[in-house]
Design a protein around this ligand. Structure first.
Ligand code: GCV
Length: 667
């Protein structure tokens, strides 16, 4: 059986049309939608249900008030005892009831019902109750006002063009639907590097347009956030400084917040990148990050606003000669001493690892350690270091590993257990850096849609496995069962393969500087970015234990001991934590060098197998999608070849040691 979807249908992502309705509920049940109450808060959810039934299954349903006990689908609000945004779906003999704790809960219930229906998982007698684990499930765009996207690999911005807010309202509504269908409820639309005209987004020049955008997202339960520049009081011409302890500055921000909230009353808040990679911040004035964040927090507090304050603060003008500074330490060193010093409406936003979204990094030691400060975890969905949406790299595999990381700050303190916990070390949510642009399939690589979907599903339920998400997404996206099964396998293999042919064993930053695609072993070695591996003829890596930079000491004793011991440290992080000789014996009995060779030969071979597996789907997926993915897998293979040969040759040249299996290494 052919998958008859056209490429255009990729536009619908996981809300795909299916040719036939094959569910076990009688089609008649799906033709009537009842609302309780009949008017008001549920009309949007009902409209989405009607639209979904029509678009996905070709079923035309009518909405109306309920009379008698007739079948159909009833939408209602207000089951007691379920938390905000939660829902219950019950399929009874007389019909289906979707009960939301509130308006958003009902909407989420509708989307889940449609997804389950599409997977043939709705049957009579079933009852599902579900609630998001975390209250904040944010997506951050890094879109610039000129229409470009920092680290964007899927076309231009959905929101901006030529320094104007410019968008297709239908497309924005479709985007809102996609995001809401996986539970995303906060959205920042402009880059955290707030430069040039973006600084004026918080002025009358742009606010009316932003208010219109906010209105499109609102019915989907999505509240906008704005990235702001810390030095705005100066750059917008009002103050001589941006010193957070200067009363005139604080007053300026209060008035500015009043103006912004006048236009967008439910704005979720401001997102701030300060003292980072050239952005201004409190350090410029000799103040702390608590001083800076709290001053802004006071300005937005009357409007119930939140300040999302990023912890990506490090010295980006480092001297590579100076071995005394370790960038990995930076976030903890800056923010841990401030635990408890932040206002209640400040949420620290912490990248999941101590560096910068590398293919493999340990989880930041701030998680589990912060006890008195609200915080959330930032993940990167856009594939900056993970293949630019050319290479297939299914990120939920990485995130599952992050979610399962045990911080060992007491019992039940794995990241997935901390997410949504409201006491001390609880993590209040996730923020994902988005991977979407104007590309017709949204994500450039059609299979990269799985990363957006997976992010939303994990933000909702952090204990979901990468496998469960891949299965769900593939089944929803590819209606041909064989295609879905093959795609699921491709997804699940892809991160491991990508890791194999790129920087070895957690060493980080062997990428082309600036671009971050393709290998460059020495590219960041003598730079100012604190990104060194210090490989020489005998050894590679940085000692981050107590005998080195002391980074391991930022973890509680059990984890510090685990990471410090080369025989216990997870092997995929060995070169993150240790400086090792090339003849270091790894657990398989082979040397580190031989393992570097092996993983790179294998990575390439496995990338070729992935390409071949995709080729086996010709005729089972629509030809256009087939060709696009094929072309990307070919480019991936070339990238893997380049990585393999550059890495292997570079280590061969350093060591003069041949591959034990005599495979080709270029001299
Ligand atoms: C938005 C990395 C990226 C930058 C990004 C920065 C950040 O350094 O390369 O493009 O800037 O992270 O997260 O602020």
């Amino acid at each position: 059986m052919n998958d008859i979807q056209s490429h255009e249908a990729r536009y619908d992502c996981w809300l795909q049309h299916r040719d036939t309705y094959t569910g076990s509920l009688p089609e008649e049940t799906l033709k009537k939608i009842f609302l309780m109450p009949a008017e008001g808060p549920l009309t949007h959810a009902a409209g989405e249900l009607r639209r979904g039934l029509e678009k996905m299954f070709g079923i035309s349903a009518k909405c109306g008030a309920k009379c008698g006990a007739g079948g159909g689908i009833t939408l209602e609000i207000g089951a007691g005892g379920i938390p905000p945004e939660a829902f219950i779906i019950r399929a009874e003999d007389r019909g289906v009831i979707i009960t939301g704790a509130d308006e958003a809960g009902c909407l989420y219930g509708v989307y889940r019902f449609l997804a389950l229906l599409a997977q043939g998982k709705i049957c009579r007698g079933m009852e599902i109750t579900d609630a998001p684990t975390t209250p904040i499930r944010a997506l951050n765009h890094w879109d610039n006002l000129d229409g470009t996207i920092e680290r964007g690999y899927a076309g231009a911005s959905l929101f901006f063009k030529d320094n104007r807010v410019e968008y297709d309202p239908v497309r924005i509504q479709d985007y809102a639907r996609l995001l809401a269908s996986v539970g995303i409820n906060r959205l920042s639309i402009n880059n955290v590097n707030v430069r040039g005209p973006a600084k004026r987004l918080i002025t009358e020049e742009y606010l009316p347009e932003l208010a219109k955008l906010a209105a499109i997202f609102r019915p989907f339960g999505i509240r906008l956030l704005l990235s702001v520049n810390f030095s705005s009081p100066c750059s917008l011409g009002a103050c001589a400084s941006a010193d957070p302890l200067d009363l005139a500055v604080a007053e300026w921000w209060k008035r500015r917040a009043d103006m912004v909230y006048g236009a967008i009353p439910d704005l979720a808040g401001f997102l701030v990148k300060a003292d980072s990679e050239g952005e201004s911040g409190p350090f410029q004035y000799g103040r702390t990050h608590a001083d800076g964040a709290n001053m802004l927090a006071e300005a937005v507090a009357p409007h119930n606003g939140i300040v999302f304050w990023r912890c990506f603060v490090y010295n980006s003008t480092q001297d590579w000669r100076d071995t005394g500074v370790d960038r990995a330490r930076a976030a903890y060193d800056h923010f841990m001493p401030l635990d408890g010093a932040f206002a209640d409406n400040v949420i620290l936003q912490i990248k999941h690892g101590p560096f910068d979204f590398q293919v493999r990094e340990p989880v930041s030691p701030l998680f589990g350690a912060l006890q008195k400060t609200r915080h959330l975890m930032e993940l990167q969905i856009t594939q900056e270091y993970t293949g630019h949406q050319i290479d297939l790299c299914y990120l939920p595999s990485m995130w599952e590993w992050v979610m399962n990381f045990d911080t060992r700050h007491g019992r039940n303190t794995a990241i997935k257990d901390l997410l949504g916990r409201s006491d001390g070390p609880g993590i209040g949510g996730l923020a994902g850096v988005g991977n979407v642009g104007l590309d017709r399939c949204w994500t450039g690589h059609p299979l990269a849609q799985a990363n957006l979907y997976g992010y939303g599903r994990l933000a909702w339920q952090p204990s979901l496995s990468a496998q469960a998400i891949a299965e769900e997404w593939s089944a929803l996206t590819f209606t041909n069962a064989q295609a879905a099964g093959t795609v699921e396998k491709l997804l699940l293999d892809s991160y491991r393969i990508y890791e194999k042919y790129t920087a070895p064993f957690g060493v980080c930053f062997m990428v082309t500087p600036g671009l971050h695609y393709g290998p460059d072993v020495e590219g960041y070695e003598f730079s100012r970015w604190g990104t060194y591996h210090r490989a020489d003829r005998e050894a590679i890596g940085i000692d981050r234990t107590e005998t080195g930079t002391g980074y391991t000491g930022q973890y509680p004793p059990e984890n510090a001991a685990l990471f410090s011991d080369t025989s216990a440290c997870p092997e995929n992080l060995l070169l993150f934590f240790h400086r090792l000789r090339y003849d270091f014996k790894m657990r398989n009995g082979r040397t580190l060098l031989q393992n570097i060779y092996d993983t790179h030969f294998e990575g390439y071979d496995e990338a070729r197998k992935m390409r071949d597996l995709w080729l086996s789907l010709e005729g089972r997926v629509c030809q256009t999608v087939f060709e696009i993915v094929k072309e990307r897998l070919e480019r991936q293979l070339e990238n893997a070849r380049q990585w393999r040969d550059v890495i292997n040759t570079s280590f061969y040249r350093r060591t003069g040691i041949d591959d034990a299996q005599g495979r080709k290494i270029y001299r």
